[in-house]
Design a protein around this ligand. Structure first.
Ligand code: PSU
Ligand code: MN
Length: 304
């Protein structure tokens, strides 16, 4: 599939991979559907710049007119940030969007698939999808992807709009290890802790690299989650967030929001209700996760 008619790796990403330099994959759903304009494009650029500053090469992934691109250029990034007809692409959507020559933003699941095909092992995002609250049966395709695709996903946990205990139970059943990067507790995206413990707490990128190498040499299948708490000066209190989330969930239910619209709707509503404070944390943690991911990618290739 590599560099087929519908799969292209940008020249700088290809060169970095060939030379064994660190590369970090980035998703595009957060750009097209997760953040308001024009903050979305500014954030996408700023996250890429942070990865370069840490000595790694960013590879933002998306679909442009029927071609999966690993390492979107600036014009392509702009297209995904500004156009109105960008599809949200998870595992089930690739064939449909490619055959229709559509443009699409990849979710965590979609980005893991493309990153793995390109040979990229480390991926930075904000928060993964998970098991939704209540009895809707809504489980993000991110979870089964983590169960099967060998990519390390650096995130601030799962979005607090989800059912975090059930999300962690799901990951445990699927055999996905959860590493706390300088934290004993699973972060709650907007808040620093969910009060749910991680499987191991590590202090350095080198320790993460060692876990990844051991895991994948024993069992080449399946992802690893590396969780980084949001910056404490911007993080919101869990109790306040709970009220906001409950209110957003009620509005979503009343408005009859379903399926893949649920996550973007809730994120927008939470941002409105916190008067932008949730957005500020979101931006800061995206950049922070990108930096941590770049250092982990560096530790993997340095073979110390
Ligand atoms: N976290 C955010 N913003 C986002 C997402 C996560 O802060 O936009 C996106 C990710 O791309 C994730 C997706 O993979 O939401 C999950 O959507 P769903 O619940 O429909 O699987
Ligand atoms: Mn869903």
């Amino acid at each position: 599939m590599i560099n087929s008619d519908f799969f292209k790796i940008s020249p700088d990403v290809q060169e970095a991979l060939a030379e064994g330099r660190p590369v970090v994959a980035l998703e595009s759903t957060v750009i097209s559907h997760g953040l308001p304009r024009p903050t979305n494009l500014e954030t996408a650029r700023c996250v890429e710049a942070a990865i370069r500053e840490e000595g790694a090469v960013p590879a933002t992934i998306g679909i442009v007119e029927g071609t999966i691109i690993v390492g979107l250029n600036d014009a392509q990034l702009e297209h995904l940030a500004d156009a109105d007809d960008i599809r949200k692409v998870s595992r089930r959507d690739f064939g449909i969007v490619i055959s229709q020559k559509g443009s699409g933003a990849t979710t965590v699941a979609g980005t893991m698939i493309a990153a793995h095909h390109a040979g990229i092992q480390v991926f930075a995002t904000g928060g993964i999808g998970g098991v939704h609250r209540g009895d809707s049966g809504d489980i993000s395709a991110d979870l089964p992807e983590l169960a099967q695709t060998p990519v390390a996903v650096v995130c601030a946990g799962a979005k607090a709009i989800l059912d975090l205990p059930r999300t962690l139970e799901w990951l445990e059943t699927a055999g996905v290890p959860i590493i706390g990067y300088q934290t004993e507790m699973f972060p709650a995206f907007y808040a620093t802790s969910s009060d749910l413990p991680v499987d191991v707490c590590v202090q350095t990128p080198k320790e993460v690299a060692a876990i990844l190498q051991a895991r994948w040499s024993l069992e080449p299948r399946g992802g690893v989650l590396i969780t980084v708490p949001p910056p404490s000066d911007l993080a919101l209190a869990s109790a306040d967030m709970e009220q906001v989330i409950e209110a957003a969930l009620i509005t979503a239910k009343e408005a009859g929001i379903r399926g893949k619209e649920v996550t973007p709707f809730l994120l927008t509503r939470v941002s409105e209700l916190t008067e932008g404070r949730s957005l500020a944390v979101n931006l800061a943690l995206l950049e922070q996760n990108a930096r941590v991911a770049a250092r982990i990618a560096g530790a993997i290739v340095s073979h110390e």
